[in-house]
Write a protein that binds this ligand. Structure first.
Ligand SMILES: *Cc1c(COP(=O)(O)O)cnc(C)c1O
Length: 424
């Protein structure tokens, strides 16, 4: 489609908040329609056979594109106008050159893995991590000859190097995957440490990519590419979609790092469809509004929980203070504290369940980042198949509950959470 979009006035660059309503789409393509239509089509008509041939030459990399020549519309597994507009808009938030939208967050993660990991490689990844990613790393990848090696927020470059030497001597590091803040404890992982590790393990024929799952804070409150990450990944099901009504994912980065991911997506067929792509365009218009309000609500709720006698170990980024080991990293890496809260209720699983069952307005459901607040029990739900020992080490205790704060009135959130704690 069109390579050049208006994104500034009098030389001043407009913000993503302003560009979400029009960037990447021209009303004259669609009878003046203000909003982009849903291009609900599997395939696209070529004007001539010569044009079809030219589109395929570029899409399949048989020749380099000429100046200003994009990939023509061919078939909706390769590209589609709703996806292209979505990818152009997503790129603005993270300052990325290229983006790929996926059918789910797991599709974004797994496709990135297939693009960069080969049999014999090590996947170096941070823990705790999203339960699905944990399962993929520990139960699926080993069947393809890939060795998962984990680290957590207390590790250093030296301790990680020692583990690699001990558990995977001589093996190539294929990919480093970091999830920060980590689900469900909000542990922060230093992205710059990941890029330094990647630098040490890169060779002339394999630059080790650092991929960051930025689902919890991004793209409004954290921009991993600014900290040296190569690829940023999202479950767009969460804040980006933001209404708990769709499943989608995204990966973004430089043209160079994204080319293998986009190629792999074409052949695995993990792209998102036009209808979900269109819904995400609508969601992006209010992304900053929603996330800002959710974060303000979370600050109010966390303040209420801070001194509550039935609340232990409150995991909330906004309460890290200068004495905390993660405070410096938070200041350097994050632009806000987001709206994910976890805390322990004394009394283990029975107490946590009594709390969850007593909630009246906040729904008991996994997932997060939507307009409505959701609460869950990580140890028996999202992180059920993480081993006991790992859970203890990572603070995923039986009394831990996780709440994703929505856009409701903060007084009502405090009322509901307060009465549910009383019921414990
Ligand atoms: C939900 C989630 C995923 C998986 O995304 P899906 O859209 O459910 O496939 C990955 N990472 C994090 C941090 C998540 O919260």
């Amino acid at each position: 489609m069109c390579a050049k979009w208006e994104d500034s006035i009098k030389g001043r660059k407009l913000h993503p908040e302003s560009l979400m309503m029009g960037y990447g789409y021209k009303p004259e393509w669609s009878e003046g329609s203000l909003k982009s239509p849903i291009f609900q089509t599997s395939t696209f008509v070529f004007k001539t056979a010569e044009e079809g041939k030219a589109f395929f030459e570029v899409a399949y990399g048989l020749r380099k594109a000429n100046e200003g020549e994009g990939i023509g519309l061919i078939y909706s597994r390769l590209n589609n106008p709703d996806l292209e507009i979505l990818e152009d808009r997503l790129s603005l938030w993270d300052g990325a050159e290229a983006a790929a939208a996926f059918k789910s967050g797991m599709a974004a993660i797994s496709t990135t893995m297939w693009a960069y990991l080969r049999p014999g490689d090590v996947l170096l990844y941070s823990r705790p991590i999203y339960g699905g990613t944990d399962h993929l790393a520990n139960f699926v990848l080993p069947e393809f000859g890939i060795t998962p090696i984990d680290f957590d927020c207390r590790d250093t470059i030296n301790s990680i190097e020692a583990r690699l030497t001990r558990d995977a001597p001589g093996k190539r590091v294929g990919l480093i995957l970091i999830e920060t803040p980590a689900n469900p404890t909000n542990d922060l992982i230093d992205i710059a440490m990941g890029t330094e590790l990647a630098r040490r393990h890169s060779t002339d024929d394999h630059k080790v990519p650092v991929a960051v799952d930025n689902t919890f804070l991004g793209p409004v409150f954290q921009r991993p590419l600014d900290h040296g990450a190569d690829i940023v990944i999202y479950s767009a099901t969460k804040f980006i979609g933001g209404h708990s009504d769709l499943i989608a994912g995204a990966a973004l980065g430089s043209e160079e790092m994204m080319a293998p991911v986009r190629a792999m997506r074409t052949f695995l067929g993990t792209m998102v469809g036009p209808w979900t792509g269109w819904l995400l365009l609508r969601s992006l218009e209010t992304l900053s509004l929603r996330m800002t309000r959710q974060a303000a609500n979370a600050a109010r709720v966390a303040e209420f929980l801070r001194d509550h006698d039935k609340v232990l170990n409150l995991h909330y980024l906004g309460h890290l203070d200068a004495g905390h080991p993660q405070f410096e990293l938070f200041k350097r890496q994050c632009l806000g504290s987001g709206s994910m809260i976890a805390f322990e209720i004394p009394g283990g699983e029975p107490a946590a369940f009594r709390f969850l069952n007593a909630l009246r307005m906040v729904h008991l459901a996994v997932s997060l980042g939507g307009t409505e607040s959701l609460a869950e029990h990580p140890a028996s739900m999202t992180h059920a198949d993480v081993g006991r020992e790992e859970k203890d080490r990572l603070g995923v205790t039986d009394g831990l509950v996780r709440i994703s704060i929505g856009v409701e009135h903060p007084d009502d959130l405090i009322l509901d959470i307060g009465q549910a704690l009383d019921a414990v």
